[in-house]
Design a binder for this molecule. Structure first.
Ligand code: FES
Length: 104
């Protein structure tokens, strides 16, 4: 387990114990203020959309083309958008801070 910092849609920051090796989405969907993750991680629903803090952006593996394509179709898409089902929570990401994106 390691620290994951999550800012909910009301702007409140929470400190969460996240399991190493799981996708970030798998931790977020267990939270009341987390993500819906309707497709279960198949990179097809975008309901796991988060914003990654700029200081962490460069430490995440780059998004694959299907993730980039889906993100680009979202109205709340930003430069630091990621689909949390495509980001594995590795030991290097301990302390990662993400913000839950608004509903589409
Ligand atoms: S859970 Fe559906 S795209 Fe991530």
């Amino acid at each position: 387990m390691a620290l994951l910092r999550v800012v909910d849609r009301d702007g409140v920051e929470h400190e969460v114990d996240a399991k190493i090796g799981l996708k970030v989405m798998e931790t977020l969907r267990e939270l009341d203020y987390g993500v819906a993750a309707i497709c279960g991680g198949m990179c097809s629903c975008a309901t796991c959309h988060v914003y990654v803090d700029p200081e962490w952006q460069g430490r995440l593996p780059a998004a694959m083309s299907d993730e980039r394509e889906l993100l680009s179709e979202l109205s709340h898409h930003q430069g630091n958008s990621r689909l949390s089902c495509q980001v594995e929570f590795t030991p290097e990401l301990a302390g990662l801070r993400v913000t839950i994106a608004p509903d589409e």
